[in-house]
Design a protein around this ligand. Sequence first.
Ligand SMILES: [Zn+2]
Length: 233
Amino acid sequence: MAKYSSRETDSVYQIFTRDYGRLLLFAKSARKPKAKLSGHLEPGSLSRVYFISSQKKNQYLLIGAVNIFKPEFQFFSHQQFIMFNQALSLLKQFCAYDYLEADQIKQFYQLGRNFLHRLNQLSQKPNKLFLLQAHFLFKLLRYSGLAPNLKACQNCSEALKNKSLVFYAPQAGGLLCGNCAQAGAIKLSGQAVSLADFLLNQNFGKIKKSNFQPEQLNQAWDLAKAHVKYCLD
Ligand SMILES: [Zn+2]
């Protein structure tokens, strides 16, 4: 997920692993020109990594890495670059919690891995790219257990099904009905909320084939972004 330099020729890699979640790996001399590791551990790449625990608590020493998959940056559009950086940054924020359980770690790992592969495949399809990005964000929320409640008003508990207009209230961290809406709330059509529910619960294969209005996707995206901000701030 990230690479930092410590002292003169040492590097620290922040990686996300399938089996252990987020780890910091210390590499001796990885920045020397002939270091074998460089190229195998660039942010956004998928690699098989070998490490040992050091005597210091919670410290791991990197001893080897072999790259399995790298995004094809040379074919990326500007939009893909932005998406790639945003996804890495989000993954870093969501995985910073140390209380993640083994199941969640596997879900995050698979989500990140699938995202990278699909980002590579969907290069010339801007609409599908936006859908991929929205799906990624909703799934991050879901797997973290932070998904917003889309079924009922956060204030009066009235069911929101069949409402043509609802509101996301950043202060309340959830949806409100028309009666409870406050100033500053984000307006959402009922269809946008249905799409948000679809993105939370379906796999990308199904989502890719679905039909929806771009405006619904914009609104669902605004909802997810506002909710991520509420959860992470
Ligand atoms: Zn209400």
